[in-house]
Design a protein around this ligand. Sequence first.
Ligand SMILES: NC(=O)c1ccc[n+]([C@@H]2O[C@H](COP(=O)([O-])OP(=O)(O)OC[C@H]3O[C@@H](n4cnc5c(N)ncnc54)[C@H](OP(=O)(O)O)[C@@H]3O)[C@@H](O)[C@H]2O)c1
Ligand SMILES: [Zn+2]
Length: 340
Amino acid sequence: MAKMKVIQVPKPKADFEIVEREIPEPGPGQIRIKVHACGVCHSDSVTKEGLFPNIQYPRVPGHEVVGVVDAIGASVLGWKVGQRVGVGWHGGNCGYCNSCRRGDAFACENLTAITGLTSDGGYGEYMIARSEAVALVPEGLSASDAAPLMCAGVTTFNALRNSGARPGDLVAVFGLGGLGHLGVQYAARLGFRTVGIARGKDKEALAKQLGAVGYIDNAVEDPAAALQKLGGAKVILATVTDAEAMAAAIGGLGTRGTFLVIGATGPFEINPLFLLLGSRSIKGWYSGTSIDSQDTMAFSALEGVRSMNEIFPFERAPEAYARMMSGQARFRAVITMPSA
Ligand SMILES: NC(=O)c1ccc[n+]([C@@H]2O[C@H](COP(=O)([O-])OP(=O)(O)OC[C@H]3O[C@@H](n4cnc5c(N)ncnc54)[C@H](OP(=O)(O)O)[C@@H]3O)[C@@H](O)[C@H]2O)c1
Ligand SMILES: [Zn+2]
């Protein structure tokens, strides 16, 4: 049996390890992907740190996967060996309880629906994906261009395009990491009056280069007051990983504004009066499906939206992950395969 290398988490909180495994065969409804690139998302920490119950280990993380179709299982229609494809966090729908089709993969009773968490992901030379979870990658996007779009891209693009904001509306993107730096580009290209919020002065020039017309340094300025000074935000896309920081920005919403919770933080307090008196809302947004990913890639190719990547060879995935977790990655760490 031919072998492949993968980087796995042996158990929650343990160090990554590189191991050899047999190259898996795709079962019915599945596709095998020869991985070319995989983005390193903050949500990989859910796998690495064991933040979700009932997950089986060892587990190969990685849900920003781009590669080529390498083998196709029984009853798969519409895919051909050699096509360039991507897979994101949403790993498809196994048909067991249909939670995913209702838009809540975390409720999946069969735990098959999340790439790199409930099934092995893209920190490896090959991976298996359910065919309905696979998105076609357009010409014009390289593997490392496309990989971060499979989670960071689709999550921010999909959240913004469904946010109710219209061209000219004030939209704030809070947190300028992997998701946020793409969020600023999408918000600007969608015609919103885009403001970036991050801690420190050093990201201001970048936020403006990406299309923001304003920048708020939340380390020295109250982001809620600063947004109110600008008239109040129609949408705040909150990608920060810190609950306290997130809570501090909610007061920046304008009348009928929506606070979109993207970052997976701990609990925080909200003043109900602030919400009801201005008909404001707070709403979570969960990534997207493979078709949403295709839309994201098409829009990105059309509008020149690109992730700014730090590229790491496959063996250095642990370093890429550490760099992302420490906030040093500028702005997405992406691992690439030697054979790509
Ligand atoms: N909803 C979804 O479907 C979905 C999809 C993907 C990811 N996520 C979640 O989204 C979050 C972001 O992911 P990511 O991959 O973009 O992570 P990331 O690259 O690590 O970026 C997180 C950013 O948050 C910033 N931040 C943290 N605390 C802050 C504070 N107090 N003030 C200002 N900025 C602060 C960091 O700034 P510094 O650079 O200054 O440290 C960093 O730039 C994670 O919680 C991830 O799990 C959710
Ligand atoms: Zn992700």
